[in-house]
Design a protein around this ligand. Structure first.
Ligand SMILES: *Cc1c(COP(=O)(O)O)cnc(C)c1O
Length: 507
C-alpha cells in the first residue's frame, strides 16, 4: 500500500465493513418487520388505555435489523478476534467450557431470593471457589459480593475503616504509590481518606525510605499493587508490610495483577491484610464494556470480622447464607451489605470452571506462561523501543516514548497505527510514572506465532516512526470505519442519547 488514503474515506466503508448508522437513522415511515392485519380485530377492551400516537420505534425489515446488528458486531474488537495487549487488563481467552457451564439452567435460571435449601449447588460453587481463592492467596476470610476490582477496593477499605473504628483509632490518610491505578486514590477518597502519594525509586518500585517517612499514627492504610503497574514485582514487599504494620496501619494490596504470581506466591505470606481479585482478569471470566465483573476480597484475621454480608457458612443442615449480623456466627462486626445479593453468580461458575480445569499446577503454569510471553515481547522489542525499567518483567512489559523523541510521533499516534495492523492498542499513558507509557500485556493465551506476528507489526511501525514518517502516523487509523474521534469532546460533552432535534440542530 503506497497511499493508505487510496481507500475511500468519505463513506466510511472499508472492504466488507460498511459504516453503520444508528438504527433510528435507518427508520423509514411505514416500514415494518412484521405483517399486521389492517384493522386489528380486537374489540376495545382496554378501557381507553390504548396508545394515541406511535411510540417512535424505527421501521425496518427483519433482514435490515439482522444486518444492522451483525455489522455493529463486526466493529467490535474482542479477544476472540485477535491479540488484545491492554496492559493491566489481562485480556485472556475465555474457555468455552466456562460458558457452557454458566449456561446450565440450574445456574442460569436461579433467582437470588430462592430459599437456601433449593440452591445448595450454587452455594457449593461459591464455597468451593472461596476455598480455592483462600488457598491461592494464603488468607483466612473472603468477601464474595464485590462486583468488580474497584468495588473490591471499596469493600477492603470499608473493612479497614470498620476495624480502625472498632479499636477507637480512626485515621485520616491512605498512602498510594504514584504508579497506582486511578481507582486506588478514588476509592480512598470516597471512603473519606486524604490521599498522599509515595514516590517510586529509579527502579520503578516503591521508595521504601520515602514510605517510612510518610508513615505515622494518622495513616490508615497503604494501597499497593503487586506486581505493580510497571510490570515489576515489589521486591521489598515484606519490609513494606513490616513498616506499615509497625505504624499501626493496614496493608491493602490491589490484586489485579495476580495473573503474574498465581501458584507462585501467596500474598498472605507477604504480610498483606486485604486484597481484591479480579475474576474477570485472572480467572478468565469475560470483561470489557464495563461489565460484568467480579472482585472477591480476601482478608487476613485482623479484618475478617468486619467483612460484608451475606456470607456462605456450612451449618448442620447444609450450606447457609448468613444475612444478618450475629454474635454467634462471628459476623457482629460486619460493616453490612455491599451489594443487593451474594455476588456475580455467573462469574463464579466461570472462574471455578477455569480453576478446576487447570488445577493447581495448571494455574501456576498459566502464570509462568503469562510472564514468559511478556518477556518474549520485551526481548523482541527492546533494541528498538525504549524499555522504562530494566527487565526481566512480570506479566506485562512497560515501554515509554523516549524512542519517539523528535520524531513528531506520539504514543497516541502509534497506538492508532496499531489498529491498522489488526491489533488492539496497548494501554497508553498509564502508569503515569513514565513519559508516554506503552503497557503491553499479552497473557498466557497467545501462541508463539501470534506473539511473533505482533512483534513484527510493532517493529514495522517502530522503524517507520524512528525513520520520521510522522505524517503517516498523524493520519492513522486508515482502516477503521471511524478514524480520529475528538477525545476531549467525547469525555467532556458525551452525546449519550440520540434525539432527532439534536441531530438537526448540529447540522
Ligand atoms: C483493572 C484494575 C483495577 C480495577 O478493576 P475493575 O474490575 O476494572 O474495577 C484496579 N487496579 C488495577 C491495577 C487494575 O488493573
Amino acid at each position: 500500500m503506497t497511499d493508505p488514503n487510496a481507500y475511500g474515506t468519505s463513506s466510511g466503508h472499508r472492504g466488507l465493513d460498511l459504516a453503520e448508522p444508528l438504527i433510528f437513522e435507518l427508520d423509514a415511515p411505514g416500514r415494518c418487520g412484521v405483517d399486521l392485519p389492517e384493522a386489528p380485530d380486537v374489540p376495545n377492551r382496554l378501557g381507553g388505555l390504548e396508545r394515541l400516537a406511535p411510540i417512535g420505534l424505527p421501521g425496518l425489515s427483519e433482514p435490515q435489523v439482522v444486518r444492522h446488528f451483525v455489522r455493529l458486531s463486526r466493529n467490535n474488537f474482542a479477544i476472540d478476534a485477535g491479540l488484545y495487549p491492554l496492559g493491566s487488563c489481562t485480556m485472556k481467552h475465555n474457555p468455552r467450557l466456562n460458558e457452557k457451564l454458566a449456561r446450565l439452567p440450574g445456574f442460569a435460571d436461579l433467582h437470588p431470593l430462592q430459599p437456601a435449601a433449593t440452591v445448595q449447588g450454587a452455594l457449593e460453587v461459591i464455597d468451593t471457589l472461596s476455598d480455592w481463592l483462600l488457598k491461592l492467596t494464603g488468607m483466612s476470610a473472603i468477601a464474595m459480593s464485590p462486583a468488580a476490582g474497584a468495588h473490591g477496593e471499596l469493600c477492603g477499605l470499608m473493612c479497614i475503616r470498620a476495624a480502625l473504628q472498632a479499636r477507637g483509632d480512626p485515621r485520616e490518610v491512605v498512602l498510594v504509590p504514584t504508579s497506582a491505578h486511578g481507582t486506588n486514590p478514588a476509592t480512598a477518597a470516597i471512603c473519606g481518606y486524604r490521599v498522599e502519594e509515595i514516590p517510586a525509586n529509579e527502579g520503578g518500585r516503591v521508595d521504601l525510605q520515602a514510605l517510612r517517612e510518610k508513615l505515622g499514627p494518622h495513616v490508615a492504610a497503604i494501597m499497593l499493587t503487586n506486581p505493580n503497574t510497571c510490570g515489576l514485582f515489589e521486591n521489598e514487599i515484606v519490609e513494606i508490610a513490616a513498616a506499615v504494620h509497625g505504624a499501626g496501619a493496614f496493608f491493602y494490596c490491589d490484586g489485579a495483577n495476580f495473573n503474574a504470581i498465581m501458584g507462585k506466591v501467596r500474598p498472605g505470606d507477604l504480610g498483606i491484610d486485604c486484597m481484591h481479585l479480579n475474576l474477570h482478569k485472572t480467572f478468565s471470566t469475560p470483561h470489557g464494556g464495563g461489565g460484568p465483573g467480579s472482585g472477591p476480597v480476601v482478608l487476613a484475621d485482623a479484618l475478617a470480622p468486619f467483612a460484608p454480608l451475606p456470607k456462605v457458612v456450612r451449618g448442620a443442615g447444609g450450606l447457609e447464607l448468613v444475612e444478618q449480623k450475629s454474635t454467634a456466627l462471628g459476623t457482629a462486626g460486619s460493616f453490612g451489605r455491599l451489594k443487593g445479593f451474594h455476588g456475580q453468580m455467573g462469574m463464579f461458575v466461570r472462574a471455578l470452571a477455569f480453576i478446576l480445569s487447570h488445577g493447581a499446577d495448571g494455574l501456576r503454569q498459566a502464570s509462568e506462561d503469562a510472564v514468559l510471553n511478556a518477556n518474549y515481547i520485551l526481548a523482541g522489542l527492546r533494541d528498538l523501543f525504549s524499555l522504562s525499567f530494566a527487565g526481566p518483567c512480570m506479566h506485562e512489559v512497560l515501554f515509554d516514548d523516549h524512542f519517539l523523541k523528535d520524531t513528531g510521533v506520539s504514543t497516541l499516534d502509534f497506538a492508532k497505527a496499531m489498529i491498522d495492523e489488526g491489533f488492539h492498542p496497548m494501554t497508553m499513558y498509564f502508569p503515569l510514572v513514565v513519559s508516554g507509557a506503552m503497557l503491553i500485556e499479552p497473557t498466557e493465551s497467545e501462541s508463539k506465532d501470534s506473539l511473533d506476528q505482533f512483534i513484527a507489526s510493532m517493529r514495522h511501525l517502530g522503524n517507520r516512526a524512528v525513520a520520521g514518517d510522522h505524517e503517516f502516523f498523524a493520519g492513522a487509523p486508515y482502516l477503521a470505519p471511524y478514524r480520529r474521534l475528538d477525545e476531549t469532546q467525547a469525555a467532556r460533552k458525551p452525546v449519550l442519547r440520540w434525539r432527532p432535534e439534536v441531530q438537526e440542530a448540529a447540522e
